[in-house]
Write a protein of this length. Structure first.
Length: 483
């Protein structure tokens, strides 16, 4: 079919089989750890260590890290009661004003870090901002320059595993280590000389794991929420129009033999029928195939294949394929009849319900419904089955028919679109704002285009055609070509 096959992705997650089933829920292994507190680097700690991120990011990296060592040493040289508990902004601001003043003198008169730290003044919620303003000030005309420093630094530290985030998290544990509050055992030397000693593939994850574990004991601070609120209001959203996935349109021209395939199937319908009486198997098998080809044709219309309706169409084709494969696998004439009479019963039920309405819907004709309900037999003889026609469900049927892979590939996720589930709504209606100060929040998507459904729909249609021609063989099986 000329379609790209994706390389298998590296697995970096717990599989379904590794989850534990309890009733109707699947629980991940991590949920077994007691008293686990979910903490977020981005939401809770990034604002606290932003000042460190600015110092490292706005300098050559090793120079930036050396400033952090000098700052740590500055506090190390003081008595314990004159040191901040941590290098978080909250801890610094919790020191007596006098100590903060001396520290700011050191920052700005000895280390000359004014340019690096000016962007902090954009935040009015910053604890004890007035003390900082004695040393540095914002020039309103140059606010864009300070914002640019913020954008770049926050963008580089928002991912908790990024180099800058890891450097900030190192700063946190390095300070605690040298003031004797944290014992790193055999890792101590690697932390001390970071990032110039030890295997970084091991040292970096160790730093992050250790910093994460410490976050459970850290105090919750009140200003970080204000920080994010200010960040949201101080700068605009950036709609990057990012395409979340590779997309491509497939036009009807790319399936040059679609009409020819359809015509061949219709011809074969006439050739293979044996009676003018009801033939539940013959009629259903051809109807499934032609119905799915019709959906495929609708999908090739512009807009539909990349949109919501495209996903509904693909889901229906998958359901038709699974049902047809199930009926063929069971190979029971009675079952074909039962599939058919269930459908007639549904037409009767719909007719009776709509007939009682004062205001009737426009999408269906009552006469058509009545004719369908009475086509195989007088509707007064027809039962109405209020459950599933096979007292089963599609997942179980796909297992019986040995087509569970189709169910897993095409039915689960498309069903989310049919049922209006959150993630489906999210994938269609929102995109990620590109402003790092907005911590990757969602904004309405103006470029709504999901990957095309036509290729998958055509693959499924070919599977349906193959089943049809196994039931009613012919010399040649007319399969769809994709150019
Ligand atoms: Zn935004």
């Amino acid at each position: 079919m000329g379609r790209k096959s994706r390389e298998k992705r590296e697995r970096n997650h717990t599989t379904i089989a590794q989850h534990e089933r309890k009733g109707k829920n699947l629980h991940p292994p991590i949920s077994k750890i007691e008293n686990l507190t979910k903490t977020s680097w981005k939401d809770n700690r990034l604002p606290e260590f932003l000042w460190i991120g600015l110092i490292i990011h706005l300098n050559e990296r090793l120079v930036g890290l050396d400033y952090i060592r000098q700052i740590s040493k500055y506090f190390y040289d003081r008595n314990e009661e004159l040191r901040p508990e941590e290098l978080s902004f909250t801890s610094i601001a919790a020191m007596p004003d006098e100590q903060i003043e001396s520290f700011y003198n050191f920052l700005f008169k000895e280390l000359f870090l004014a340019e690096e730290l000016k962007p902090l003044l954009i935040f009015n919620s910053l604890p004890k901002k007035d003390l900082l303003e004695k040393h540095i000030s914002l020039n309103d005309e140059k606010i864009e320059i300070e914002l640019a420093k913020l954008y770049s630094s926050v963008a580089n530290m928002i991912d908790h595993q990024s180099q800058l985030a890891t450097d900030c998290r190192w700063a946190r544990i390095y300070y605690l280590m040298i003031k004797g509050k944290l014992h790193m055992g055999s890792e101590a030397e690697n932390i001390f000389y970071y990032p110039q000693q030890g295997d970084m593939r091991r040292v970096r994850p160790t730093i992050r794991a250790c910093e994460n574990a410490m976050s459970l004991m850290g105090k919750q601070n009140v200003w970080v929420e204000k920080f994010w609120t200010e960040a949201l209001h101080n700068s605009p959203c950036w709609d990057l129009n990012v395409k979340e996935e590779e997309e491509s349109d497939l036009t009807p021209l790319m399936m040059p033999n679609l009409n020819e395939v359809e015509n061949t199937i219709i011809e074969h319908f006439y050739e293979s029928r044996s009676t003018s009486a009801i033939d539940a198997k013959h009629e259903a098998a051809f109807a499934f195939t032609l119905y799915c080809l019709d959906i495929l044709k609708e999908l090739t219309d512009s807009g539909i294949q990349n949109g919501i309706t495209g996903r509904l169409g693909l889901r229906t084709i998958a359901e038709c394929y699974i049902t047809l494969a199930y009926l063929v696998k069971k190979n029971d004439e009675q079952l074909w009849l039962s599939y058919r009479s269930y459908g007639s019963g549904q037409a009767k039920l719909a007719f009776l319900k709509i007939d009682e309405l004062e205001k009737q819907p426009q999408f269906v004709s009552l006469d058509t419904l009545e004719a369908l309900a009475n086509e195989d037999q007088w509707q007064e003889f027809s039962n109405i089955n209020l459950g599933h026609w096979e007292n089963s469900n599609l997942r179980a049927m796909s297992e019986t028919a040995r087509v569970k892979d189709v169910y897993n590939s095409y039915y689960d996720w498309t069903s989310g679109f049919a049922h209006g589930q959150w993630s489906s709504l999210r994938s269609m209606e929102f995109t990620i704002c590109g402003n790092p100060l907005h911590r990757l929040h969602r904004i309405p998507n103006e470029n709504k285009k999901l990957p095309t459904t036509v290729g998958d729909a055509a693959d499924l249609c070919n599977k349906i055609i193959e089943i049809l021609f196994e039931l009613y063989p012919n010399e040649k099986v007319p399969l769809l070509n994709m150019t």
